[in-house]
Write a protein that binds this ligand. Structure first.
Ligand code: NAP
Length: 481
């Protein structure tokens, strides 16, 4: 299946006809060609978006909310296909793609449609005047997204951007273009006005860079790695573009001495290994109280050993392939580094699979891996690996747990496991991060702020934060007679 650009409501090749190969990382096979676009294609997309802007922004918020619902309906009708495409592009288990990626992509449109309907006018009365705040569209916005949760993350931006009256030029990761195209097919089928949503495929330094530099794109919402985020910020900031940066993480899962052990093990495994550890929120550092560490570790290793690792279409698979062979090699290099830094691999660390349907040799598979015995300041313990690898650390006091949790340059998320929720709530406030879950992980209310501190990003998305980012407030102050 090929991925063409979607510009001005039409599927088109890159203007110079260049293409890239799309590989299924679970098999190493080519599954299609992708338009390899550049500056000229981005220029065409921007022109299309500008032509569409007036008509789109002239609609009311509620009319645009109805369009989001139509997009959700269209995706829902093709939900199975969406999950299949996502699994093929990423190598993730099909069951996970159905449950998480496909469902959340639909939910994102539904959520913002309903959220719009709950909005109250923003009016501030003074003794002698009334202030009315209007949320105006920014214009053309640029959306740049990664490969780990392709349509989930793209729709998280597309929905609020459209709702607030903007038009879009989006660049998905070139490794996972297929579901962005499905969204464009749905947009075309339901008759979304041409030019409102434009998708340009290709490499980051070519297409992404052209989006960052384009003078008519006044806001950039970027999700991806911290190093790329730094480049995005350096390029866009001097042009005074509005910026939202959702970047990497090295999140702590903290198991206190009074935790329900079975629930904590289950939570730590889910946080550590969901999507093969390729979620920015993954708890890649497990911090456990010394007094329960041995018991916890035994159960953790048992649980990880019982995970099925294999072909994405096998219903029993918990862990599928990683995104690419290159990424697999990067993750393996961190396991080697962990050993050099004095760590011990308790389980995993190899490509041997346990799934009922055997994966091919050419798939990017890695067993879920636990590394024990590392100093919390080691590189393996502090750098983002973004694979099925967790490091295990022991602590003696709540203060020490916080000190270890905060000892990275990242600050995106984390979880605390304890039967004393007041104690956990108090500790949560001492972690330098954007999100803390207590006795759960990745439990999302889409109204809440999502984003990180330190090198995990700038700004928040979600609910009112997304509406705020994708609009410019205009305050009109009317003096009373
Ligand atoms: P990445 O390499 O930073 O890429 C992200 C996006 O940026 C891709 O579309 C990429 O295109 C594009 N890009 C690369 N160079 C660019 C440039 N010079 N100008 C503009 N765009 C450019 O990240 P990734 O490897 O795809 O994703 C994994 C990272 O994303 C991890 O660090 C993870 O923690 C983070 N992440 C964060 C969140 C969050 O919400 N905080 C959510 C998910 C993932 P190409 O694909 O063509 O390189």
């Amino acid at each position: 299946m090929n991925a063409l650009n979607f510009i001005g409501g039409v599927f088109v090749e890159a203007h110079d006809g260049e293409t890239l190969t799309n590989i299924n990382p679970a098999t190493g096979e080519e599954i299609g060609r992708i338009a390899r676009s550049n500056k000229a294609d981005v220029e065409a997309a921007v022109q299309a978006s500008r032509l569409a802007q007036n008509e789109w922004s002239a609609l009311t918020l509620l009319e645009r909310a109805d369009w989001l619902d139509r997009l959700a309906d269209g995706l829902e009708q093709r939900k199975e296909e969406l999950a299949q495409r996502e699994s093929k592009d990423t190598g993730k288990p099909l069951a996970l793609a159905r449950r998480v990626d496909a469902q959340r992509s639909i939910d994102n449109f539904r959520f913002f449609a309903n959220f719009a309907r709950e909005q109250e006018p923003e009016v501030f009365e003074m003794a002698d005047a009334t202030n009315v705040v209007h949320r105006k569209p920014i214009g053309t916005v640029g959306l740049i997204t990664p490969w780990n949760l392709p349509l989930y993350l793209l729709s998280w931006k597309v929905a609020p951007a459209l709702l607030m009256g903007n038009t879009i030029v989006a660049k998905p990761s070139e490794m996972t273009p297929l579901t962005a195209n499905l969204l464009c097919e749905v947009a075309s089928d339901i008759g979304l006005p041409s030019g409102v949503l434009n998708v340009v495929h290709g490499y980051g330094p070519e297409v992404g860079q052209a989006i960052l530099e384009h003078p008519s794109i006044r806001a950039i919402s970027f999700t991806g790695g911290t190093a790329t985020g730094r480049h995005v910020a350096a390029t866009a900031a001097p042009k005074f573009k509005k910026l939202s940066l959702e970047l990497g993480g090295k999140n702590a899962t903290i198991i206190l001495d009074d935790a329900n052990l079975d629930a904590a093990v289950e939570g730590a495994v889910r946080a550590g290994f969901t999507n093969g550890g390729q979620v920015c929120l993954c708890g890649s550092r497990i911090l456990v109280h010394q007094s329960i560490a041995d018991q916890f570790t035994t159960k953790l290793v048992e649980s990880v050993n019982s995970m099925m690792c294999g072909a994405p279409e096998d219903a029993s698979t918990h862990i599928g392939a990683l995104i690419s062979m290159e990424h697999l090699q990067k993750v393996e290099s961190y396991i080697e580094l962990g050993l050099e830094e004095g760590g011990t691999v308790l389980t995993g660390g190899t490509r041997a699979m346990t799934g009922q349907v055997g994966p091919t040799q050419d798939g990017a598979y890695l067993r879920p891996t636990i590394i024990d015995g590392l100093d919390p300041s080691a590189r393996t313990s502090t750098e983002e690996i973004f694979g099925p690898v967790v490091t295990l650390h022991r602590f003696d006091s709540d203060e020490q747990a916080i000190q270890i949790a905060n000892a990275t340059e990242y600050g995106l998320a984390g979880s605390i496991w304890s039967t004393d929720t007041e104690r956990a709530h108090a500790l949560a406030q001492k972690i330098e991060t954007g999100i803390v879950w207590v006795n759960t992980w990745l439990h999302r209310d889409l109204r809440t702020p999502f984003g990180g501190v330190k090198n995990s990003g700038v700004g928040r998305e979600g609910g009112a934060w997304s509406l705020g980012f994708f609009s410019e407030p205009l305050n009109v102050c009317i003096k009373h007679d």
